[in-house]
Design a protein around this ligand. Sequence first.
Ligand code: GLN
Length: 280
Amino acid sequence: MSVRIADLLGEAQAAGVGRADAQRLAAHQLGCSREWVIAHDDQLLSDARDVDVLRKLLQRRAAGEPLAYLVGRREFHGLTLLVDRDVLVPRPETELLVEWALELLEEGRRAQPTASPDVVDLGTGSGAIALAVKHAAPWARLSASDASAAALEVARRNAAHLGLAVDFVAGDWWQPLAGRRFALALANPPYIASGDPHLAALAHEPQRALVAHGDGLDALRRIVAGAPQHLRAGAWLLLEHGHDQADAVQAMLTAAGLSEARTRADLAGLPRCTGARWSG
Ligand code: GLN
């Protein structure tokens, strides 16, 4: 039976799917642009399979599955990244960390125009941070670690499809990088405490990418603890964290011997990234 696109989208909106997401899912299934869907929503879908698949996608969105998983990709810092349930969906606030990293790399380049600084992204997930940095600062040499083999596979697929060179290594935080020192280290680790009520809304994403033991600071602590053995003199460590963790992160950086600790706010005005420098 033929169904009007507008009727399918109306059904989804009644089930709680946002209008834009419903249009994006229709565009994805029909292989057209969202603009086309908006302009042609009075058209009948006569292919029963399209109707069936699209209805199921809309139902999954209504049940809270992230749009990025349903369409298999997400824009991050101007790149289209492939994503699936093995990786956290890259967030716009993480672009702040990338921007900060790029400022430092550009500053470094002005001082030393021929240098190729070693940069590391710990817990790379989809590869979002490492790939965005490599794309915008191709003179840097990028390494990235993750403890999840499935996540690394996604990250490697992203690097291949974007044609960006990143050295991906398997293991927890610094563990696969023993003996190496970097000019810049970045991480967006899990920072939500287990039992936090926000987790209910994030049930479709990998819990190990979101949740850190105890107060949510465990992963941040482990990254900071390893920093002195892995940073070159003058290197910065930049960390994303929860909106109420900036003071704790600044304190742990300072206690580990890093200096110049400072925090930047995200677009919502929440303190979201903290960095400090290892003077060696
Ligand atoms: N580094 C990846 C990102 O920022 C993954 C982060 C994570 O899984 N906690 O999207």
